[in-house]
Design a protein around this ligand. Structure first.
Ligand code: SF4
Length: 168
């Protein structure tokens, strides 16, 4: 497989897993509260499409040249270049908490619904969601962070256990 094709394949896998995780997470919250679920989808859409791109990606070394997950293209199309000096602080103070909220919010909602009104189908959704979170984190680490120059400045990259591939 050519490097270009391999890069595209990784990009598709990372994006599909994250999309599936967010969709299932939002569905899980729906059982707790449909309004909270809509809020979650709104939050995830706005922060991941715009806020993180504006606050973090514009300061990334891959802003112009293309990154493992392809989100630099959104930032490049919408915003102007920032400064690499801002990357670390923004990633650690804004990016990491937003990612944690994105993944944890559905877990809290699912756990509360399971306690108040247990059902086998909800338990299945919870387990499947947790597996998707693990798969997403693993794919980000293995296909992304381990090849990303910026992971040295990124809290998630620093704690990422998947470091088998030599960084660029
Ligand atoms: S590597 Fe991360 S911070 Fe850099 S452009 Fe891609 S998504 Fe944004």
């Amino acid at each position: 497989m050519s490097p270009g094709l391999r890069g595209r394949w990784k990009m598709i896998v990372e994006n599909l897993l994250l999309l599936a995780t967010i969709l299932l997470g939002g569905l899980g919250i729906w059982f707790y509260s449909p309004w909270l679920s809509l809020l979650y989808f709104g939050f995830a859409g706005v922060v991941h499409l715009f806020v993180l791109r504006k606050l973090i990606c514009i300061n990334c070394i891959h802003f112009k040249d293309g990154c493992h997950i392809g989100w630099n293209r959104i930032a490049f199309a919408l915003f102007s270049k920032g400064s690499i000096e801002n990357f670390e602080e923004r990633m650690n103070k804004i990016g990491a908490p937003i990612w944690i909220v994105t993944f944890i919010w559905p877990i809290i909602a699912l756990a509360r619904t399971l306690i108040t009104s247990f059902s086998v189908s909800l338990a299945f959704i919870t387990v499947f969601y947790l597996l998707l979170v693990i798969a997403s984190l693993f794919s980000l680490g293995k296909l992304g962070c381990s090849n990303c120059e910026m992971s040295k400045k990124c809290l998630i990259g620093k704690i990422c256990p998947v470091k088998s591939v030599k960084r660029r």
